[in-house]
Design a protein around this ligand. Structure first.
Ligand code: PGA
Length: 247
């Protein structure tokens, strides 16, 4: 099955109004992209980026609350992201799992809230270095998938991002064989659970993707795109990754 590839940018806690020039440059460079492009800036910039990015670049949040509204100071509901023009939201990123103690069960509840608001949930999974060294990468990822991905997941509302924790922001990446092993495993696990529909759920690789390694990573089977952190902050680097995905 051929799926439309996806380049998703995770700006994390970076970016201010001055970054809008990067968005405008990206939108000008890719007026008719042959892959999907989603930028996930801090929530404060979502509305501005929706206005600058044009209709070809989607905008996403980096987290949402599991509840629809209420007394949750500092949190943002999925419907509020949608109201600001977002089409997607990153959930269960390892930095949120670490910084905020997010569990698989909470990630699943957030994904259900995202789906209810009409957002695509980009659900992150991935092992730590210690877990990989102990030969537990696949069992950890399997458990994360089983407990974080909601039953209503399908190709229209869910993307899974494999992000080895030790590769995020470190400049280190797994070997292509390791990426192939995990992506093949994730596809099989999703197929066991969702049947044929699993073929359309996009699987992103994330962790130190940059212009110099994007092409080889995209050549790996079952890699349907990338979740890009640092290299998504400039139109030049993110554009080069988009180009690697388009070829
Ligand atoms: P990185 O981050 O590309 O800067 O390694 C990826 C991510 O955390 O999504």
């Amino acid at each position: 099955m051929t799926v439309r590839k996806l380049a998703a940018g995770n700006w994390k806690m970076n970016g201010s109004l001055t970054a809008l020039t990067e968005v405008e440059a990206l939108a000008a460079a890719y007026p008719e992209p042959t892959c999907d492009i989603v930028l996930c800036p801090p929530a404060t910039l979502i509305r501005d980026i929706v206005q600058r990015a044009g209709s070809r670049i989607g905008v996403g949040g980096q987290d949402c609350h599991a509840r629809a509204s209420g007394a949750h100071t500092g949190d943002i509901a999925a419907s509020m992201l949608a109201d600001a023009g977002a089409v997607a939201v990153i959930l269960g990123h390892s930095e949120r799992r670490t910084d905020h103690g997010e569990t698989n069960e909470l990630v699943r509840a957030k994904a259900e809230a995202a789906h209810a608001a009409g957002l695509t949930a980009i659900i992150c999974v991935g092992e730590t270095k210690a877990e990989r060294n102990e030969g537990q990468a696949l069992s950890v990822i399997g458990a994360q998938l089983a407990a974080s991905v909601p039953d209503m997941a399908d190709e229209s509302n869910t993307v899974v991002a494999y992000e080895p924790v030790w590769a995020i922001g470190t400049g280190r990446t797994p070997t292509l064989d390791q990426i192939a092993e995990v992506h093949g495993f994730v596809r099989r696990e999703l197929t066991v659970r969702f049947g044929k529909a699993a073929a359309g759920i996009r699987l992103l690789y994330g962790g130190s993707v940059k212009p110099s390694n994007a092409s080889e990573i995209f050549s790996v089977a079952d890699v349907d795109g990338a979740l890009v952190g640092g290299a998504s902050l400039t139109a030049g680097d993110f554009g080069a990754i988009i180009e690697a995905l388009q070829t």
